[in-house]
Design a protein around this ligand. Structure first.
Ligand SMILES: [Zn+2]
Length: 414
């Protein structure tokens, strides 16, 4: 891929005559020349993006997608990155796109339209559109305007004409969004509107605008999530008692004799004092998190999510007076080996980390993705890694599979 250098050089070698001194004819010639070179560079960039994505190099740089890399690392706007990515992917399937871009008969906007139309078609039919049809569509939209392209694609694929979703931030920080809904989407939303009409009447003075409907639906969804999380945490509290009892045993063995006596007094009478132990250690989950955070805090990595009233990350509550939060006990919890990764262990790790912990080995950048999180063994089981908090961390699905592929020596290509 040494095509960029001569192109850049040839532009740099343009005569240094000030633009204002050029004749009209010279100015137009130079503009045409530069536009041609810009298209050639674009094509070369797309080829690079295509290869970069194939090799999944963004994963090593702690990004979950090439799109994220293009935006955050190379400074493209979201839409510019998306258009280039869509074009690079189309290039892989329909190589003729390269020539069309170079000759200027097809541009990134048209490719964006084509990608959206194909997705729409595949969503409707549930089947992939084959390469041959894609190549035909590329030929049919060549040399057309964006509007003409939209119509051409809608007719060829038998889908509704798609309009851009327009967004505009207004003076008061509100956002004006213009969207096009297909018939099915509109019917679903209309149904929601009918079903929530009593809420709109009660709480919004009968305001039945789309904005209010979206707010009502968003509130309901968020409340449902909150309730699910609460019930999940309640289950975790119950499970934590078993972990707690086990850790009390481990800790008692490592305490000074007099403290140990105190501990035994508190927790030794297995059944009769159980209630009082539960009372005293009702924040066991929090202490487990604190113990983990205390060892990881130096990396400054943990995001500040709030779970069940206890803060995870930021300023973790670390109760040094609590009998089970001594450094020795923390180490015991941190390094305790379990038979398997229980749901509680998994939740503890997810809550402790809050996001993907994958680090770019060159820059130290953390991935930080909060989507599709999985719990992974830092040292894999096949390499002797144990089921313990100290050896468990959170990775997003992309980085988990990337780590797996690195370890197995298999390069996973799409
Ligand atoms: Zn990640």
């Amino acid at each position: 891929m040494n095509q960029i250098k001569p192109l850049v050089n040839s532009i740099a070698n343009q005569p240094a005559k000030p633009l204002a001194k050029l004749t009209d004819q010279e100015l137009e010639m130079r503009l045409r020349d530069l536009a041609t070179k810009e298209r050639k560079i674009l094509h070369v960039i797309l080829e690079h993006i295509k290869e970069f994505e194939s090799r999944k190099l963004y994963l090593a740089r702690a990004y979950t997608s090439v799109f994220e890399y293009l935006v955050k690392e190379l400074g493209y706007s979201n839409s510019a990155a998306m258009r280039r990515l869509e074009a690079a992917r189309l290039l892989r399937e329909v190589p003729i796109v390269a020539e069309k871009i170079k000759e200027g008969s097809i541009n990134l906007s048209q490719i964006g339209e084509l990608s959206r139309a194909l997705k729409e078609k595949e969503k409707i039919t549930g089947a992939k559109v084959c390469r041959e049809i894609k190549a035909e569509l590329v030929s049919s939209i060549s040399g057309k305007s964006t509007k003409e392209t939209q119509k051409e694609l809608a007719v060829a694929l038998d889908i509704p004409v798609y309009d851009f979703e327009k967004q505009k931030i207004q003076q008061d920080d509100s956002l004006r969004i213009e969207i096009t809904l297909n018939k099915a989407q509109l019917e679903k939303l209309q149904q929601c509107k009918n079903l929530t009409s009593h809420l709109l009447m009660q709480n919004f003075n009968g305001d039945s605008s789309w904005a209010t409907l979206f707010e009502v639906l968003a509130d309901q969804y968020l409340n449902k999530r909150k309730m699910n999380r609460k019930s999940s945490l309640a289950g975790a509290e119950k499970e934590s008692l078993e972990l707690k009892k086990a850790s009390l045993g481990a800790k008692a063995a490592s305490l000074e004799p007099e403290t140990q006596a105190n501990r035994i007094e508190m927790g030794g009478a297995n059944s009769s004092n159980l209630t009082s132990i539960e009372m005293k250690d009702s924040h066991f989950s929090e202490i487990v998190f604190s113990a983990c955070i205390s060892s990881d805090i130096s990396s400054g990595s943990i995001g500040g999510s709030s779970i069940g009233g206890s803060t995870i990350g930021g300023n973790p509550k670390y109760d040094s007076t609590s009998p089970i939060s001594t450094p020795i006990a923390d180490a015991a919890i941190h390094n305790r080996i379990y038979k398997n990764v229980t749901p509680l262990l998994r939740r503890t790790v997810l809550l402790r980390d809050g996001c993907c912990q994958f680090l770019d080995s060159l820059t130290g950048k953390r991935c930080g993705s909060k989507f599709s999180l999985e719990v992974d063994h830092k040292t894999s089981q096949w390499a002797g890694g144990k089921h313990m908090l100290a050896n468990l961390h959170t990775l997003c699905r992309e980085h988990n599979s990337y780590k797996y592929s690195l370890e197995s020596g298999v390069r996973t290509l799409s």
